[in-house]
Every structure is written in structure tokens, then in C-alpha cells.
Unconditional design. Structure first.
Length: 337
């Protein structure tokens, strides 16, 4: 067996274990319940929050896809803005239909991501994070400088919508988009490419020594992550029909980072859980909207201290604690103790 095959087979063992993060029947049941939600709760507000959750699930899971290569980008919100503004400008100024602008904007975002990722692939750790941060800030200022074309500081208006404004239709559209995106990213992570990316994250020197092209794989990871976040941004543009840079600035990226970290960066389901819980908490505490960042920061500190693997590890943590208590009780009932 060659060294390349040996490294791949050894890397695939933990990956196989992590794939079993939920029972397929439970997932199918959850999807059915989510699909029936508009029939049970027809409130426009609930549908709107659900749509936002679907959008940010795509964005947060795609962010994690980039991190499996060992890099941590801080411009993901800006890439979401690139997809949104490209689709919005094509709709506003060229009159293109959403079915054309959404895929083209996603492809263009992926292309820009890979183009920027080429020089950034030589950077690692803190330097990569700093470089991506400066790029994200630069994107926002380019939008400001776009004047009439991008809407500048005032924002871009007049974007064409879909489905005649029906929130139920939007709900099912974004539900389907989120499902397809999550499944695609799941398959990508646990494919041979994903295994190689994880090998690079563990040791880029060892990965390079067995023939894995570190730079190419990291550029590919950025391209895939940017494609899906661009897809989410372009779809959001046609849903909201109005764009502002406040939705894609550095604070937006920090929210995506918190979704991933609080949910659990080591688990594929982590960003999904983190997105759902944090968005619901922020909506339930609307009266404390000013303190929302502090509330989320407090949750992050608690999770890091009590649940290093994120909220997704909570069921397993409870199960292990109950098992330990039962074991202690059995030992205490043994004669002589």
C-alpha cells in the first residue's frame, strides 16, 4: 500500500464515524415537520424568520466548508454581499430574471473567491484571517464607491422579486435551496476531496509529502464555500428586493462565525444548530436587541467553557453524565462500599 493510500485510509476512519451524527429517520421526520410548518403556522413573521434561518444555514455551513482545510476566513459576509449585489444589479439595471441572476451570481462569487484565494493560499492561520478581513472591508468600500450602480451608502432598491411576494412560496423555495446546499456540502466534506482537506488541516507538510497539492485544495475549498454563500446572498436579494451593506459587513461575518463556533465547528451539524438557536434567541429577545451581541458573546463563553464541542454535543454530554450517575449508583450499592 502506498503512503498516499495509507494517509487517505487513516483519515477516512474518523470521518466515517462523524458521518453518523443523526439517525436518517429522525432527519426525515424533521424535514416533514418543517415542510408542514406553513400549513400549521401561517404567520408572515414566522415564515420570514424561517426564511432567514434557511439563508444563514447555507451561509454558515459553507463557511465551515472552508475551515475544514485549516483556514478561518473573516470575509464570508462580504462574499455573501458580492452574490447579493451582483444578482441585484443584474436585476435592477439589466432586467434579468432571478432564475438567471441567482446561478450566475453564485458562479461569479465562486470565481472571485478562487481568484482571491490563489494569493491567499500561501497564507496560514492568523495571516490568512487578517488578509481575508481586509478584503471583506475592501468589498464594502467598493460597494460604497459604486454610486448609482450599487446604491452606495443608501442601498440598492428596485430588485425584482419572485413568486409575486408570496411568503409561503418563498418558504418552500429557501427550504429546498437549503436542503440541496446542505446535502451537496455534506457530500463534498466526506468525499475524497474533503478527506484531503482535513489531512491538510492536520499537517500541510505531511499532506504535501504524500502528493496532496495544498494550494489547489485550499483554493477549491474557498471556491465551493463562496459558491454557496453567493447562492444564498443572490437568493436573499430577490427575496428582500432591497440591499444594504449593513447585512454583509464585518459584523455579519462575526455572526456567521458565532453560528459555527457555538453550534460546534467540529461537527457538520454544528453550524445548523448554532444558526437556528442564535436566530431564535435574537428574535425572542427583540426588546433587548441592543444587548444582542453581548448575549451571544455570553452564550459563546458558556459553550466554550462547558461544551467545547458546541451545542451539538449537548445530547451526548447529557447521556454521558446520566451514564456516569447510574454507574456511581451501581458501585454504591455493591456490598462493602
Amino acid at each position: 500500500m502506498s503512503s498516499n493510500q495509507l494517509s487517505t485510509s487513516s483519515a477516512s476512519e474518523p470521518a466515517t464515524d462523524k458521518r453518523k451524527w443523526a439517525n436518517p429517520s429522525i432527519l426525515a421526520g424533521l424535514v416533514v415537520i418543517i415542510a408542514l410548518l406553513p400549513l400549521l403556522l401561517s404567520s408572515p413573521y414566522i415564515l420570514h424568520i424561517s426564511i432567514l434561518i434557511f439563508v444563514y444555514i447555507i451561509a454558515s455551513v459553507s463557511l465551515r466548508t472552508i475551515t475544514i482545510s485549516g483556514q478561518f476566513p473573516l470575509a464570508h459576509g462580504a462574499f455573501m454581499g458580492i452574490g447579493a449585489y451582483l444578482a441585484g444589479m443584474a436585476s435592477r439595471w439589466l432586467g434579468w430574471q432571478p432564475w438567471l441572476t441567482i446561478p450566475l451570481a453564485a458562479i461569479a462569487t465562486a470565481g472571485i473567491g478562487m481568484l482571491i484565494g490563489f494569493p491567499f493560499s500561501r497564507l496560514r492561520a492568523l495571516y490568512y484571517a487578517m488578509g481575508s478581513l481586509f478584503f471583506g472591508i475592501g468589498v464594502i468600500y467598493i460597494i460604497y464607491a459604486g454610486g448609482t450602480w450599487t446604491g452606495g451608502y443608501a442601498g440598492l432598491i428596485g430588485i425584482g422579486g419572485m413568486f409575486g411576494g408570496s411568503r409561503v412560496a418563498y418558504y418552500y423555495f429557501f427550504l429546498g435551496l437549503a436542503l440541496v446546499s446542505v446535502i451537496a456540502l455534506y457530500r463534498f466534506e466526506f468525499s475524497r476531496i474533503g478527506i484531503n482537506l482535513k489531512a491538510i488541516a492536520q499537517s500541510h507538510l505531511v499532506a504535501s509529502s504524500v502528493g496532496i497539492n495544498e494550494g489547489w485544495y485550499r483554493i477549491l475549498a474557498v471556491g465551493v464555500g463562496c459558491f454557496f454563500v453567493g447562492l444564498a446572498g443572490a437568493s436573499y436579494a430577490h427575496y428582500n428586493t432591497v440591499l444594504s451593506t449593513s447585512s454583509f459587513n464585518f459584523m455579519a461575518t462575526l455572526w456567521l462565525v458565532m453560528y459555527v463556533l457555538i453550534g460546534g465547528i467540529d461537527s457538520f451539524a454544528g453550524p445548523i444548530v448554532g444558526t437556528i438557536i442564535l436566530i431564535l434567541i435574537s428574535e425572542f429577545s427583540r426588546d433587548l436587541k441592543v444587548f444582542s451581541p453581548y448575549l451571544s458573546a455570553g452564550i459563546l463563553l458558556i459553550v466554550v467553557y462547558l461544551m467545547p464541542q458546541g451545542l451539538v454535543s449537548l445530547p451526548q454530554l447529557i447521556k454521558s453524565r446520566l451514564f456516569e450517575r447510574r454507574k456511581e449508583k451501581k458501585i454504591s450499592h455493591v456490598p462493602g462500599n
